[in-house]
Design a protein around this ligand. Sequence first.
Ligand SMILES: [Ca+2]
Length: 658
Amino acid sequence: MKNIKPAFTATFLLLCALALSFYAVGFGPTGASAESNTVKPPKEAKRNKGEKISEMLRERATKGDDEIVQIILQLNAPPTGRLKALLQRNGIRVKDEFKEFNSTVVELPASVVAELSQFDEVEFISLDREVHLFGHVEKTTGTAYMRTLSGNSGFKGKDVNIAILDSGIDKDHHQIGGKIDAQIDFTGEGRVDDVYGHGTHVANLAAGLDHVSHGAYTGVAPDARVINLRVLNSQGVGAVSNVLKALNWLLAPADPTKPLGDKNYQKYKIRVVNLSLGAPAVDSYKDDPLCQAARRLVNSGIVVVAAAGNDGTDATGRKIYGRIHAPGNDPAVITVGASNTFGTDSRADDGVTTYSSRGPTRSYRTVSGVRYYDNIIKPDLIAPGNKLISAESRGNRLIAGYPQLECTPNSNSNHKMMRMSGTSMATPLVSGAASLLLQANPKLTPNLVKMILMYTAQPLAGYNMLEQGAGELNVEGAMRLAKLVRTDLSNSTPLGTPLLITTTLPNPYSMIEGYTFPWAQGILLNRGYATGVNLITRYQRIYDLGVALGDGVAIGDGFAIGDGVAIGDGVAIGDNVLTSTGVAIGDGQIFFLGMSLASGVAIGDGVAIGDGILFSDGVAIGDGVAIGDSGPIWALSVLVGGDGTDGMSAVQEDGTVQ
Ligand SMILES: [Ca+2]
């Protein structure tokens, strides 16, 4: 949206974009006629009543959709008594009247539109569309496009709420402040606002409204409510115990006098927990308390999304592997790295940021004096995280220290926006996506959500699995697949049961902002990966509640087919780390030979692997990161510059781009 100035133009472009979208996916609006080369219809031609309904509205009108819509009703004569009576019916509200134009603004169920079109005095019925500018985040993740598809306009995360464990949220910020359902301080500072300036930015990326700048900064799930669990203090630092306390609160009874009653996460309809923070991962996930707590939440059906970390390079700029933070090192959580969109909505030019932490996880357990590294392939996927613009909490420390992050000079202090970079920014985009998937299909287990996100991700050519996981977040593809998954699956569903409600497979390609790309069509499984269409056509044991996706799958016997216990036939297992060629996950080139992660061979710190050097997450390598597992946790996004490329454009309140 770089060159768009007035909001009016934005609307126009949006409408064009919608029209193109319909065209591109090959289903025209209902009743679309053949093309004609003449400019005007012949005089005797009269349009039928249905053609008086705008094409933007026609499909919903004819489907009998009961969703309330706001329409502009244009008349060619004064309304008859019958029409007046209709407009006074229950559930129908005349909101405004423009006598000069013979037009009226009416709120009504979409199903009434067809009836309205039968009146002779009705000239045309169209949607009263909001002046709304799809922002960069919505567009490049495919969220905006997804919502233009049939039946999807309501998928905004309603009743699938997100707990934000962070530095607090500014309740006065108009993008996000009105959406906070609960706010609790776990830092001991006795405040829930966002003095540091991190949590407000994060929360808005997940669930922000379209209030500022005509919607340029809308989050992925704008109807999801947020729960502000403040675990980072005014300096952006907290103790691991703060996070544990907040995670414990989620699972604790909402009413302490009713221990068997609803837990807090149930009371507040929280299905997603966002952790844009982390601590060095030293102890194996089997021992680390953050990982253990995160896994308990996942086992309760909550999706836990965690940042990979921002340690992709050392102080001298060398590329580093092995620095995934906790709890991102746990196989049960969805770990998110940061991609770089280069400021363009098209994904053709996207890459992995230099700073995004790479796998494998280097946390370990010592047994009889020998270190056994977890060596799990992470992150699970990447999402845009470079130079994202989002809500700025009032007078925060980050903006005070780095005024160059400001994007909205002189604006209303409740509308301010700032630019930040990091895996902390990428993480809430995935949390928002998880909220959308769970709204579309509330029965998905966290493992199914994770599978769907990976399976539909876009593998970026030239990047390996330790950098990008399965690939870049693709909300359009993920929603398409999620809607096809049966809603009657459970831990007692037999292995191999059909997973989808259809035998027609989804087309494993997505087109976002004019660029078509294949899905990963596979998933990561701890030290290897799995491919095969049976991952989405058959129920697999690894989708159960109470396990992690990689649990029970032995990897390391070379190329094998599903073991028949955790994974059924028809799924191929690979144990190499591959560099993607931009197509399906198993089609890449082997990234490093002779050191399969699955082999269990210890790889030492400081060893060159592939194009970088391997370092354990807990080892200090000159960038000031402390050693130790009981130390503090950080807000991970305090990357002031990010990668030095173009970022998201700053759209001002009047629609101009600066
Ligand atoms: Ca791009």
